[in-house]
Design a binder for this molecule. Structure first.
Ligand code: SF4
Length: 188
């Protein structure tokens, strides 16, 4: 099986979830968010194809990474290929984060006319979903791991078991992020 990527896998990222992370940059996105800074990732036929087997070898060679993060582009445009990668990551003991322009509600509504095969299956291998489109008017540079205030950092497993959306509150508290910077101001 192949996946279409927009960039080579990035290692040691510290901005796409907690710890050091390997980022899988998927190609193809239909959301067209105003202010998107990844325009080159939109073309569904752009980027380049890579065999999942090659990605597996890369994941096996990783050192000191806490997990992998799917970004894009829109990972759910290639949910079955992403699911295969997520499955390998879990077998290797890595946690899985995923950014998506879809909402959790949209991805889990199998009755929705636009629901796509593989969405639920991919979600089953995701630990944390950062959901919703980037909204320029709600952009906030103080947010951790997300670009605009409408986006949510969701604990997928707890949300499924509780049958309601459970946020990763530790990453949602803007005040915590602000206080994190205060010592630097004091030193100056
Ligand atoms: S979902 Fe992401 S890649 Fe797609 S248009 Fe929005 S910001 Fe850009």
């Amino acid at each position: 099986m192949f996946i279409r990527l927009s960039n080579e896998i990035t290692k040691d990222s510290i901005v796409d979830g907690p710890g050091l992370r390997a980022v899988i940059w998927t190609q193809g996105c239909k959301h067209n968010c105003k202010g998107c800074h990844n325009l080159s990732t939109h073309d569904l036929k752009g980027g380049f194809l890579m065999e999942i087997q090659n990605i597996e070898e890369t994941l096996k060679s990783l050192k000191l990474q806490k997990g992998i993060t799917f970004s894009g582009g829109e990972p759910f445009e290639q949910s079955l290929a992403c699911m295969e990668i997520a499955k390998i990551a879990k077998q290797l003991g890595l946690d899985v984060w995923c950014y998506t322009g879809y909402t959790f509600e949209k991805l889990t509504n199998e009755k929705d006319i636009n629901y796509k095969e593989g969405w639920k299956e991919f979600l089953d291998y995701i630990d944390v979903l950062v959901d919703g489109p980037f909204v320029l008017e709600k952009k906030n540079l103080l947010l951790r791991f997300r670009g605009s205030e409408n986006q949510r950092i969701i604990d997928v497993k707890k949300s499924f078991s509780n049958k309601e959306i459970i946020l990763k509150e530790e990453y949602h508290n803007v005040e915590q992020v602000v206080s994190h910077y205060i010592p630097f101001k004091k030193i100056v």
